[in-house]
Every structure is written in C-alpha cells, then in structure tokens.
Design a protein around this ligand. Structure first.
Ligand SMILES: [Zn+2]
Length: 150
C-alpha cells in the first residue's frame, strides 16, 4: 500500500532523527562530565567523560555521587558558612572565594562550559521527547484517518 510505505519512510526518518538526538545527548553529557571533573582538578576527567559519554546514565549517577568526595572545606570570609574550597562564591551569601580562583584559574571557564553542555544535553532530551510526542500524535491521526495497521 502506497500510504503505508510512505508512513514507514517517515517513521524511519523520525527514528534516525531520534537516534541522532540520542547520540548528541550522550556526547554533550560526556563533555559536561569531562569539563566538570577537569574544573575540580579531578585526574580521571578523561575516564569520566568517556564513561558518561558511552554508557550514559549509570556512570553519570556514579559520577554525581563521587563528585564531591575528597573535597576541602573552607569558611566564607564574610558569613562563616563552610563551603567547598573549589566554589568560586559562597553558596549562602555570594562572597567571592579568592582561593578557588588561585588554585585553578581556568576552573571557572571549565565549570561554566560544563554547565552549558549539561543544559545543552537536557535541551536535546527535551527536544527528543517532544519529537516522540509529535510522532505519536502524527501516527495516531494517520491511523485513524486511513485505518492503517502496521
Ligand atoms: Zn558567605
């Protein structure tokens, strides 16, 4: 049937698009983990980046769990709140922490890059979900109209 082969073609194109989004999301989260680990001076940044990039969610969760371990705490010069030595600002009052910038001046650049990649990855997932919903709606309408059975 002409209609159903046309639909199959559209379905295949959509599937290809969704898998491309899937790959893009993995790459973005891998890069985010890599730059985040680098910004914290983690010597295993490459391994984390690759693990999250290739395997996705599970190493991602493990990374988030171990991310904060082995950190040094400092007290805020303004309000005395104890926070991580690698934080650029006090999480409570926003006072700048000069020690972080001195320890690794490039860390802030890496941290903001990691944040952007993370947001990019989330945006890609959102786009993928939206696309899937559109595809389902599209096929729903088509099936009702032409009574196509795949
Ligand atoms: Zn403070």
């Amino acid at each position: 049937m002409v209609v159903s082969s046309g639909i199959s073609l559209i379905a295949m194109t959509m599937m290809l698009f969704v898998s491309l989004l899937f790959v893009a999301e993995h790459v973005l989260f891998g890069l985010a983990a890599y730059h985040d680990a680098q910004s914290q001076g983690n010597p295993d940044a490459v391994i984390w980046g690759l693990a999250v990039g290739f395997l996705g969610i599970i190493p991602g969760i493990i990374y988030l769990c171990v991310r904060g371990s082995g950190r040094r705490l400092v007290r805020c010069a303004n309000c005395g709140y104890p926070h991580d030595a690698s934080d650029f600002c006090c999480p409570k009052c926003g006072e700048k922490n000069p020690a972080a910038a001195e320890a690794n001046p490039y860390a802030q650049v890496l941290a903001s890059r990691a944040r952007k990649e993370m947001i990019g990855g989330i945006a890609v997932i959102a786009a993928g979900i939206l696309l899937m919903i559109l595809v389902m709606l599209f096929f729903g309408v088509f099936m009702m109209r032409y009574r196509v059975i795949f």
